[in-house]
Ligand binder design. Structure first.
Ligand SMILES: [Zn+2]
Length: 106
């Protein structure tokens, strides 16, 4: 993902609407690119800040952004585990089928 793509996906990220694959790329880029990270922070503070002013609630947005990132990372980890688990199951299933075929042919 390059900086232009990153910038386009910021609103979706803030609304937590990025699909897993894009979320992963997004977080990776945010970790590598200081400028985009800053842009993300600014957009987050602006978007959520305006919302919060309308709601009239108290807020600690920097903390919330950190929380937002922690959530994103947790979701990525969950998906990664799930993917690996799915892959393991697939390999197992193929092995079983293979074994049965050999057993039938033998
Ligand atoms: Zn960038």
């Amino acid at each position: 993902m390059n900086c232009k793509e990153f910038e386009k996906k910021i609103p979706a990220y803030i609304e937590q609407k990025l699909p897993y694959a894009e979320l992963k790329e997004f977080c990776r880029h945010a970790g590598q690119c200081g400028e985009c990270k800053e842009e993300l922070t600014i957009q987050y503070l602006t978007t959520e800040g305006i919302q919060r002013l309308e709601d009239g609630g108290a807020f600690d947005l920097q903390k919330e952004l950190d929380q937002h990132e922690a959530d994103a990372r947790r979701r990525i980890r969950f998906h990664d585990v799930f993917l690996h688990f799915g892959l393991a199951l697939e390999v197992m299933a193929v092995s079983v089928i293979f074994g049965v075929v050999i057993w039938i042919l033998a």
